[in-house]
Write a protein that binds this ligand. Structure first.
Ligand code: GLC
Length: 484
């Protein structure tokens, strides 16, 4: 169990140790029941031998969604990148490592975490209006602090902060109401749990946190702790995706990842899990090529793979400035045009875009993020048909003026660079174009096709300088409409 957190004790907190003991006992009692174990083992085997159609139906909502909001929020938003009056280089949620903050000092942040301006409904509205279909929030980051009411520790928002309310509960409820899928991030690496310790042999101070070690003989206890928290998450918040991270530590193995994956899916069969539950990613690219790893999708970080990741599901996660967790001095914002083009680029390669916001300690999503998301929303509102539920571009080469997405009977041409001569050309069209029009207002465009060469006459100026979408109605399956 986590080292007890000596926060200002409430009556409730004082009763906690007994409650925790009972909870652990009850959990243990369930875990040892033989029939339940046998049933779980059977179900776990089923998951690993899931048929293609079963997998397709489990992944369907996620594949169609294309666009989600990542939320990195925790007590690191209190220092917001500044420690002892100095700006700390690096990403905000790593401040404990980047500034080598001792545990006794770091635990002064929860008592200062009082996000009275947090409004779950408003966050969900911001995501929904941007055209996002799911939200992934940090239930526990590397600092081990839980943003939900965990019975397994005091190191959580309900027990350790003056705010005292369960923000995950509020968010999951609002997501359900709004038809947004609620999902959670969970770090395997844990700087707080007493079973883990820093690697003091590490070359760098930060490295000593990054390569946290497991204390001799404590791994089973830590895995039980994770399972307890993960079960709480599944039972109380019903997340559609579990998004793991911090799996790179050397004591976590692929076998551990597979075991955990089976366990989680035995609890919630339609759960979707990212590849960071096991050892299936290489660097920041997202996915080892060999396959056979635990998890359902690859997670390229801060990058868009040049040709996607053909044959696998994947999601690029990205920051809007240079940090995930809030930093008061990071104003290096990507433009709205860049964000829209990233969404399009990713969809054209068959992936999802998980775009991050880092709310403040008061509970506000920073205004520059809100403004950009509103811009993206104005675009997705008009052009969503060319994003949601679409497939990757059928063209073997990236077209010089932009990107392409497709669905049955349609090709969507996303024009980034508006041709100066007013003619958009494509060679290698494999099927007949029946009609060309602007998606925004359905105004017809003249298209002339000679064999595989297509030329479309455009208005002089780009109707949408970020990305203008032209729809081509084509005969049959557009995957066959481009010669590869
Ligand atoms: C990196 C960072 C981590 C962040 C994650 C999101 O791994 O270390 O803080 O949560 O990216 O993918």
């Amino acid at each position: 169990m986590n080292s007890p957190f000596p926060a200002s004790s409430t009556g409730r907190a004082r009763l906690r140790p007994l409650a925790v003991l009972l909870a652990v006992f009850a959990a243990g009692a369930v875990a040892v029941s033989a029939p339940a174990r046998a049933q779980n083992a059977d179900r776990a085997r089923d998951f690993l031998s899931e048929s293609r159609p079963q997998r397709d139906s489990r992944m369907k909502w996620w594949r169609d969604a294309r666009f989600g909001m990542f939320i990195h929020w925790g007590v690191y938003s209190v220092p917001a990148g500044v420690y002892q009056g100095k700006a700390v280089p690096g990403i905000g949620e790593w401040i404990q490592a980047n500034a080598a903050i001792p545990a006794e000092e770091y635990q002064k942040f929860p008592p200062q975490f009082n996000p009275v301006e947090f409004n779950a409904k408003e966050w969900v509205r911001i995501a929904k209006d941007a055209g996002m279909k799911y939200i992934v929030i940090t239930s526990k980051h590397h600092d081990g602090f839980a943003l939900f009411d965990s019975k397994a520790t005091y190191w959580d928002i309900v027990d350790a902060t003056p705010y005292g309310r369960d923000v995950l509960q509020a968010l999951s409820r609002e997501c359900k109401k709004a038809g947004i899928k609620f999902c959670v991030y969970y770090s395997i690496l844990d700087w707080r749990h007493s079973a883990q310790r820093r690697d003091l042999q590490s070359q760098s101070g930060v490295g000593s946190y990054a390569s946290n070690l497991m204390k001799e003989g404590r791994k089973a206890e830590y895995v039980e702790f994770m399972k307890t928290q993960l079960r709480e998450l599944l039972e109380n918040y019903d997340p559609a995706v579990l998004w793991f991270d911090g799996e790179w530590v050397n004591w976590w193995t692929e076998a551990d990842g597979k075991n955990l994956y089976s366990y989680l899916r035995s609890l919630k069969p339609d759960l979707i899990v990212n590849n960071r539950i096991g050892k299936g990613r290489k660097g920041m690219e997202g996915l080892s090529k060999e396959g056979g790893y635990a998890g359902d999708f690859g997670t390229p970080e801060q990058q868009i793979p040049p040709t996607g990741l053909p044959g696998v599901d994947w999601e690029s996660c990205m920051t809007m400035n240079d940090t995930w967790g809030f930093k008061s001095d990071d104003q290096n914002w990507k433009s709205s045009t860049t964000l829209i083009r990233n969404l399009v680029d990713i969809a054209s390669k068959g992936g999802n875009f998980l775009l991050n916001v880092g709310p403040t300690a008061q509970g506000k999503i920073p205004a520059p993020s809100v403004e950009r998301l509103a811009d993206v929303g104005r675009w997705t509102k008009v052009n969503g048909e060319a994003i949601y539920g679409t497939h990757a571009s059928p063209f073997a080469q990236q077209l010089p003026w932009g990107r392409v997405t497709s669905r049955k009977g349609k090709l969507y041409l996303h024009v980034f660079d508006w041709p100066k001569d007013g003619k958009l050309t494509i060679s290698g069209m494999g099927s007949r174009v029946k009609k060309a029009y602007l998606l925004a207002d359905h105004s017809r465009l003249t298209a002339s096709q000679t064999g595989q060469d297509l030329s479309i006459t455009l208005p002089a100026a780009a109707p949408d300088p970020a990305v203008t979408v032209i729809v081509l109605d084509v005969d049959g399956d557009p995957s066959a409409s481009a010669s590869r």
